[in-house]
Write a protein that binds this ligand. Sequence first.
Ligand code: SAH
Length: 342
Amino acid sequence: MLSDLSFDEIKLYVKRLGLPEFRGEQIFDAIYSGKTISEISNLPNAIKDIIAVDYPKYNIEHIFESKDGTKKYIVKYGDGNIVECVLMKYKYGYTLCVSTQVGCRMGCKFCASTLHGLARNLTAGEILGQVLLVNRELGGSRKNRMITNVVLMGSGEPLDNFDNVTKFIDLLSAGRGLNISQRNISLSTCGLVPQIYKLMEKDYNISLTISLHATTDEKRKEIMPIANRYSISQIIKACKDYYQKTGRRIYFEYTLIKNANDTMADVKMLASLLKGFNCHVNIIPLNTVKERSLKGTSRLEAYKFCDLLKENGLSATVRRTMGGDIAGACGQLRNSLLDNKV
Ligand code: SAH
């Protein structure tokens, strides 16, 4: 698919078709402006017929809008698969949370994205498609970028789809494309340690976020199967190496689950695990997933937990919950259009 290709690769593609170079620029501009092939006005039909098989086939199938202004987009791909992405408006601009896989195979006990396992990986161009379609829906184009920040925190485990995800980061931050600064891109992972090391080798300027959610391996194994493969100490060691290599501060996500990981012992344990490390803890009270029995800690308790972490020397904040009423909050994204009730 053409949105998988960089500008130079598209130039090569048109050259191979025997077309002049400017046709490549036109095709690239159309893709980055989120146009369908029939909406391209400056290409003759003869050329459109040739490129039609390779031209991206994705569209926004539906939009849900939250009371708080957050929007959830259902994006549909050529093979009928759908994913969700979520747009949040902040003072500094728009942040889009993209999905990297249709479903997920990590099996975390609190998350809706993994309920039906992994359907398939998304390609780089399909992940990019979410950004291009939403950018267009906001009135933007290639040259008029409306989205300033992108977080890889939708459904899927980004590091379980490493090659496509890194190619996506390359495309997203390319000067000729939407030119989104790597500093404004965050990748969240449940902690695939070898892939964290592989990511380091890429020398990106992106932020790395780790979904930690527990303070001992024993407890982590109860809610996150990946904990059977990698220990918390291996993850933290990888994070320290990542920080050393890139100079980028690491973020830890800590989802508060009632009576499971929200005790004073957890505060102490977390503080001792992260002591002296330049990182930040994002606390998220668990969002409801109707198939799951786990309950979230109240916001009031979350603020208390946060204060205690700070008293114990950590940098921490409670994350604002956005889009909860449209099942668009953390952990609520899924690959079914029918299931948009919390
Ligand atoms: N697979 C990646 C990317 C998903 S990011 C990862 O695990 O980091 C989505 C974030 O929401 C993760 O931190 C995830 O653990 C968290 N999350 C999942 N279910 C949640 C829920 N029900 N409530 C709050 N956060 C949840």
